[in-house]
Each structure stands twice: as structure tokens, then as C-alpha cells.
Ligand binder design. Structure first.
Ligand code: G4P
Length: 542
């Protein structure tokens, strides 16, 4: 369906909708999942540039050595040039409100990165054309898969030599079982990128860089005959590749995309803004708008019931002078108005929302109203925990807790001053409740030396820093060599009692028994030795 046609259909469907449902229908909330260096920051800038959310390209970068940084606002972030916080970029495009949630990567990859994916309706899987699927992308994709989040694939850096497009599609289908349905197809091999065939429009869009690549790409629309005359061999090759694709039934289908079994694929070069407008159009025309979210009992709360939302991230300020804490809430239903007093479902207590912000990096803008799909940052939200539900008015609602994700790093933490043990215990409990780290215990190690488990090692630094600054407990941390956790049971614990290179601990949060292994080989040899052992994968997103 063409963009304008889709918009008309949407407008028609909007007739008779309530104002809140209409606002929800014009929102798209998504995250980019990628491996470091695939071009996520560049693409984020390019997307925002189209909507003029950020005046000058370069402003989104939060990396060391780059000038303007709006996404690193904590001292620790600035020192290292990394961004700890999940930030939200909101902009309008074609009368649609786009909420782009950041998924921290690099050294700051953490459980928060996964949790962001519980708050989106769609994901853009960004691949480097020369590298294909890379480890971090795969991990994030698994969370999307477990949650059935629809995925649009954007193959980036086509301006450089890369893997053949058909081989890239084959890799995606083979390794993650997602059927590719390209919406655009590159004309010209990697490195000689002339433009893309828009399969639905049946035309070629030729790209040209605008001055210095800092503006939207210049586009020229060509009929097939014009494209054939201009690009000869490259055009013939592209159309032949598409014919091959046609044989495998790789046509876009909205139902299977929304069902997360197929992925629309697009080609581009974020650095030159090539293919970026097409991606925005696909998000607007095809990506899902916020839908009613099921509560703990599986009942869906209609979008136009009073405000409700859940906390998917809590960010504590590392700066001693500003001990505030921001809870990021994804709005699920109703209209949020700053200042409204809402109910905190976990405690039944009222929660005042005087300080509601839209947070993008260091920038905080007061938010006066928000609708389903939006993210609000509540400042001074010390009473709130990860996964908590907030709601206004009847009926009360409680959304399911957020899942715990499979940790890959483990460390024992101890208070260096044993007289501070009480405070230490309180701190550990608090960090566990906030989801900063997962806390694992065992009789063997005792209460004084719990094991902290994390998706990324940065979580340990945040935890020890906060124990020191907020609870006044300096700690010593000893990293453990385990890299793999599997769920087991009481029998499994018994069987593994004497196994070497394995340890069983209990996760405080949900009493799950986790067997920790040094690596895949250890896991394999242990399961060979104990064929009846229960070792279930802790699926990301399980
Ligand atoms: P990340 O956030 O995913 O880690 O990636 P980022 O956007 O920082 O991009 C990583 C590198 O890839 C950057 O180069 C960036 O310019 C480059 N890049 C991004 N998109 C494209 C593209 O479409 N084509 C090409 N050729 N390169 C692209 P860098 O040398 O690390 O940094 P910089 O000095 O260029 O900013």
C-alpha cells in the first residue's frame, strides 16, 4: 500500500475513535537493535534530522571525542564517553509522533538495554552490510522474538563494499528464521549505491547526497525504463535479484510482519541519509500503533480507559549533589497530565506526578501531557520499582512484572567494613528491587557475600558506586569466571553439588535456581555426565 493510501485508510479508521485512541493511533514507539558501530547513532540522527528534531547532525552522539553530546548527563557517563541511560527521542513526522527509545550498547550494555524492548511496539534491526548479523544484534533480537515484537530490518552502509544482498537475506533466514520481505532493493553493488527500487511503488529512487551529507538526501524518482537507461548493468542485476526473490514468495505481508514471523527489509546508508525517509515512511505506514496491554490477569486495558503505565527503567543520578532518581514510564492507556495524582499499584499509595519530564540525554523538558506509546520520566520517584504499574481512576490495573534476563557476568560483593553489614544488606536489597543487578544467594557463600549477576559488567560498577555513595558502604568486588546461567531445580542442584566449574545459586527476586557454568563446553560435558539434569535456557525475555 502506498504511503498516502495508507494514511487515508488510517484517517478513515480514525473516524469515530475517541480522542485518546486517535492520539494512540498516531504514535509509533520503537527502538533500534544493533551491534556497536553498525550506525545506530548515525541513523538516530538521520531520522531526527528528517523531522528537524535536532537542528544539526552530530548532536545525538554520546561518544568520547565527539563535540555536542546530549545523551550523557551523568558524571560517570561523561568521564567514559558512554551513555548509561536509556533516553527517549520524540519527534513528529507526517503527523505521526515517533518515540525512539535508545538501547545502550558498547560497554554500557546492561539489563536495561533488554528492558527497553519491553516498552516498544516495534524494533528496527540495523545491520552493517559488511558484517551481517553480529552478536549483540542477535541477543537483542532474541528478546524481540520472545516478546513477539515486529522487526523492520535496515541494512546500513550500502555506500561501502559489503555482503551480497541475497546472501544477507539468506543469513537472516538461516540464522534467526525470520523470513525477509524486502520493501526496497539496492541498485548498484555495495560501494556504488545509486539508489533503491521501491518494490511497492514499482519505481527507482535515486539518491544523491545533499551538501556534506548533513541534510536530507536528494531523491529522484525514475520509471523502470529511465532507470534501465541510466544504470544499465546495475539495474538489470537488481531486477534479476528481485525476480529470484519473487520466486521465494518474499512479498511484504502486513499480518506476518505484525505477527513477527517476517521482516520487511530496507537498504540504505545512514551517513548519507540514503533510505532514511523510506524507513520513516515504513514506520508510519506499517509499524503497529500502541495496542491495549494485557494486565496480570491477561485482560486488556482499553487505550481510552484512564491513564496507566509501567516503569521499565529507573535511573539514579550518580552525582552526590543531585540524588534524584528518574523512573521511566511507558504510557499504556489514557491521557497523562502532569500534576495528576496516580495510584501506585504495588503499594496502593497515591503518587504525585508534579515533576514529569521528557528526558533526552541531559535535556529535560517538562511534559504536560502524554498518550499511549509515550514515555515520561518521573523525577524523585524513589517509591517506584522496575515493572511497577501506575494508574489513575478506576478500574485499578496491574501490569505483569518485567522479566529477568539471562545474566552473563557474576561477581561476589562484600562490605569492606563488616560493622556496616546491616546497611550493606539494605543496599543490596534496594539495588535488587530496582533491577540494577540480580542478587543470587547460596548457603555456601552466606549472606555476607551475595553474588551479583548482570547482563553487562557496567551494572557492577553502578551497584558498587551506589552502595558507597547512597548507603555509605564501601565494598570489594570479586569477579567470578562463570559466563552462562541456566535454570535448574532442586534435583539439579543435588546432582551438581560436586561438579567442577559449576555452581548453583538462588535468585533472590523470584527464587529461581540458577546453575552457573564457566562456558558452553562445561555445560555440554556436565549435561553429558547427567542426562537427566534440568538445565533450561533462561531465554532473554522469558
Ligand atoms: P553505533 O552508534 O551503532 O555504534 O555507530 P555510529 O553511528 O557511531 O557509527 C559507527 C561508524 O560507522 C561511524 O564512523 C559512522 O560514521 C559510520 N557509519 C554509520 N553509518 C554509515 C553509513 O551508512 N556508511 C558508512 N560508510 N559509514 C557509516 P566512525 O569512523 O567510527 O566515526 P565518525 O568519525 O565517522 O563519526
Amino acid at each position: 500500500m502506498q504511503g498516502s493510501e495508507a494514511a487515508v485508510t488510517r484517517d478513515r479508521a480514525a473516524e469515530g475513535r475517541s480522542p485518546i485512541a486517535t492520539q494512540a493511533a498516531r504514535r509509533r514507539t520503537f527502538a533500534v537493535i544493533s551491534h556497536p558501530d553498525a550506525g545506530k547513532s548515525t541513523l538516530t540522527e538521520a531520522l531526527a534530522l528528517h523531522a528537524r528534531a535536532i537542528g544539526e547532525a552530530g548532536a545525538v552522539h554520546g561518544k568520547a571525542g565527539r563535540s555536542a553530546t546530549v545523551s550523557d548527563w551523568m558524571a560517570m557517563e561523561r568521564e567514559r564517553g558512554i551513555s548509561i541511560s536509556s533516553t527517549v527521542l520524540q519527534f513528529e513526522y507526517r503527523d505521526t509522533v515517533i518515540n525512539l527509545l535508545d538501547t545502550p550498547g558498547h560497554a554500557d550494555f546492561s539489563e536495561d538495554t533488554y528492558r527497553v524492548l519491553t516498552a516498544v511496539d516495534c524494533a528496527v534491526m540495523l545491520l552493517d552490510a559488511a558484517k551481517g548479523l553480529e552478536p549483540q544484534t542477535l541477543k537483542l533480537f532474541e528478546v524481540c522474538r520472545a516478546r513477539r515484537v515486529p522487526v523492520v530490518t535496515f541494512i546500513n552502509k550500502w555506500d561501502r563494499p559489503g555482503i551480497e544482498p541475497l546472501a544477507l537475506l539468506d543469513e537472516i533466514e538461516r540464522r534467526i528464521g525470520l523470513q525477509c520481505t524486502p520493501l526496497t532493493w539496492p541498485v548498484g553493488p555495495g560501494g556504488e549505491f545509486h539508489g533503491v527500487i521501491d518494490r511497492q511503488a514499482g519505481e527507482m529512487v535515486r539518491f544523491e547526497r545533499s551538501g556534506g551529507g548533513s541534510g536530507a538526501a536528494i531523491e529522484e524518482h525514475l520509471t523502470p525504463d529511465e532507470a534501465a537507461a541510466r544504470f544499465g548493468g546495475d539495474w538489470v542485476r537488481a531486477t534479476e535479484e528481485l525476480e529470484l526473490l519473487g520466486l521465494t514468495g518474499a512479498d511484504y505481508d502486513r499480518d506476518t510482519f505484525l505477527g513477527a514471523t517476517t521482516t520487511p527489509v530496507m537498504f540504505g546508508a545512514a551517513v548519507a541519509n540514503f533510505g532514511v525517509r523510506q524507513l520513516l515512511d515504513v514506520l508510519v505506514d506499517h509499524a503497529p500503533a500502541p495496542a491495549p496491554r494485557p494486565d496480570t490477569e491477561g485482560r486488556e486495558r482499553a487505550l481510552d480507559t484512564p491513564f496507566s503505565g509501567f516503569v521499565f527503567k529507573i535511573q539514579a543520578n550518580m552525582n552526590r549533589a543531585h540524588r534524584d532518581q528518574i523512573a521511566f514510564v511507558r504510557v499504556c492507556s489514557g491521557r497523562f497530565e502532569r500534576g495528576m495524582v496516580v495510584n501506585h499499584a504495588a503499594t496502593g499509595k497515591p503518587f504525585a506526578t508534579k515533576y514529569a519530564h521528557q528526558v533526552f540525554g541531559r535535556e529535560r523538558e517538562t511534559v504536560d501531557e502524554a498518550f499511549p506509546g509515550d514515555v515520561i520520566g518521573l523525577v524523585n520517584a524513589h517509591a517506584l520499582g522496575i515493572g511497577d504499574t501506575l494508574h489513575a481512576g478506576p478500574p485499578p490495573v496491574s501490569y505483569p512484572p518485567l522479566p529477568s534476563f539471562a545474566p552473563e557476568h557474576f561477581a561476589v560483593v562484600r562490605a569492606t567494613d563488616s560493622s556496616k553489614f546491616k546497611r550493606f544488606r539494605r543496599g543490596i536489597e534496594q539495588l535488587d528491587a530496582e533491577g540494577v543487578v540480580q542478587v543470587l544467594r547460596s548457603n555456601r557463600r552466606g549472606d555476607q557475600a551475595p553474588v551479583l549477576a548482570a547482563v553487562g559488567p557496567m551494572q557492577f560498577e553502578v551497584a558498587t558506586h551506589r552502595l558507597d555513595v547512597e548507603f555509605g558502604v564501601p565494598t570489594a568486588i570479586e569477579h567470578l569466571p562463570y559466563r552462562l546461567a541456566r535454570r535448574t531445580d532442586a534435583e539439579g542442584e543435588q546432582m551438581l553439588r560436586t561438579a567442577v566449574g559449576v555452581e548453583v545459586l538462588v535468585r533472590a527476586r523470584d527464587d529461581t535456581r540458577l546453575a552457573l557454568f564457566l562456558d558452553q563446553w562445561r555445560l555440554r560435558s556436565v549435561t553429558n555426565d547427567h542426562p537427566k539434569l534440568l538445565v533450561a535456557p533462561l531465554l532473554a525475555g522469558e
